[in-house]
Design a protein around this ligand. Structure first.
Ligand SMILES: C[S@@+](CC[C@H](N)C(=O)[O-])C[C@H]1O[C@@H](n2cnc3c(N)ncnc32)[C@H](O)[C@@H]1O
Length: 348
């Protein structure tokens, strides 16, 4: 999965082909329009007011750069720096083009980094749909015990090969069954993102004071590994169609898996962060008053367009329920009004 997504020159995220928006393979919340970014800007403004000035925003995995552009345009409290942590050179180029129209005073605040800064900062780290793009390890419960689904070269295409699991996967699986309180049945196939804690450690390291706001699609652990979800959540996207065969056009097809939000929260605790809030994307947007902003729009055509965008972001059958927000903080007094109304920490 790491090679299919990130192999230099060939991987999905590094090959320079269009991924985002209507002409690409999938549409993320910031690509739907600016409502998501405006709501997030409201939340960041509130946080920034409570932080020591000047503050920094860091965005790992900025995609097309749409969120960075719309946030910078919408924020009332402009950050001193907007750091983009993007491993893909091709995407960094697209981000530069997206941000080219920013007013000079905003544009000069944006910096691209290969790794998080060593100097600690006070601020907000925002990642939308990044954890779902981290490579996962697939496992299968067999009569002989746990097996790892590896990939081998077949006669005409790549194919699965069942192997004894690598020790990290074995340990993570044992912890998973312990947390669930039951054993997963024979034939059960799913995945675990072994890189999640390390990724979180890396990105949260410089945060001396402030919050990490992690948006993604996924479930708490107890809902993720339900016995009936026996085929796992690995999904491929190609031109707005979802399919489940990762060996079709590797490098041209997006691969992602649902995020285990309990694992993400536990990873946060392991980094010394406080798990401050967990809610759905819909509840976050409603708590930030996004629907009222749509109603206030005077131009009727624009209001209808915004209402359509809001529906895609909040309806349960669209992005509203499947997408969640986990807030991790390094300062207990961080105000988070977008998470207070429908905080679902008890689900994690
Ligand atoms: C599904 S896209 C989401 C893009 C954007 N955040 C959005 O919402 O439209 C995943 C992004 O994460 C980036 N990415 C993947 N692995 C990463 C890592 N380890 N650190 C930072 N970014 C990463 C990809 O290059 C890509 O920009």
């Amino acid at each position: 999965m790491a090679m299919a997504l990130y192999e230099p020159g060939l991987g999905y995220y590094v090959n320079g082909l269009l991924k985002f928006g209507q002409a690409g393979d999938f549409v993320t919340a910031p690509e739907q329009g600016s409502l998501f970014s405006i709501a997030l800007a409201g939340q960041i403004d509130q946080l920034a007011a409570a932080l020591d000035a000047p503050y920094t925003i860091m965005e790992p995995g900025a995609g097309s750069g749409a969120l960075a552009r719309d946030l910078l345009n919408a924020l009332e409290r402009t950050p001193q720096r907007y750091l983009i942590l993007e491993p893909s050179a091709a995407l960094r180029q697209i981000q530069r083009e997206t941000l080219a129209d920013l007013p000079a005073d905003l544009a000069r605040r944006v910096e691209w980094l290969a790794a998080p800064p060593e100097q600690p900062f006070s601020g907000v780290i925002v990642a939308n749909e990044v954890a779902d793009a981290l490579p996962v390890s697939l496992f299968e419960v067999t009569a002989q015990g746990l097996r790892e689904r590896c990939v081998q070269v077949g006669n005409t295409r790549l194919e699965w090969a069942l192997e004894r699991p690598q020790p990290r996967l074995q340990r993570a699986f044992e912890q998973l069954e312990k947390d669930l309180g039951y054993g997963l049945p024979e034939g059960y196939v799913s995945e675990i993102c072994l890189d999640l804690p390390g990724w979180l450690q890396t990105v949260s390291q410089p945060l001396a004071q402030g919050a990490l706001l992690l948006f993604d699609y996924g479930y708490p652990r107890s809902e993720y590994y339900l016995p009936e979800r026996a085929g796992g959540t690995l999904v491929c996207h190609y031109r707005h169609r979802a399919h489940f065969d990762p060996f079709v056009w590797p490098g041209l097809t997006d691969l992602s898996a649902f995020v285990d939000f309990s694992a993400l929260a536990a990873g946060g605790v392991g980094c010394g962060l406080e798990v401050a809030g967990f809610t759905t994307q819909a509840d976050f947007l409603l708590a930030m008053g996004t629907h009222e902003a749509v109603e206030r729009e005077k131009d009727e055509r624009e209001r209808l367009r915004l209402a359509g965008e809001l529906k895609r972001l909040i309806l349960p059958g669209e992005m509203g329920e499947k997408f969640k927000l986990l807030a991790l903080t390094r300062n207990p007094s961080c105000p988070l009004s977008g998470l207070e109304e429908a905080n679902q920490l008890n689900r994690l």
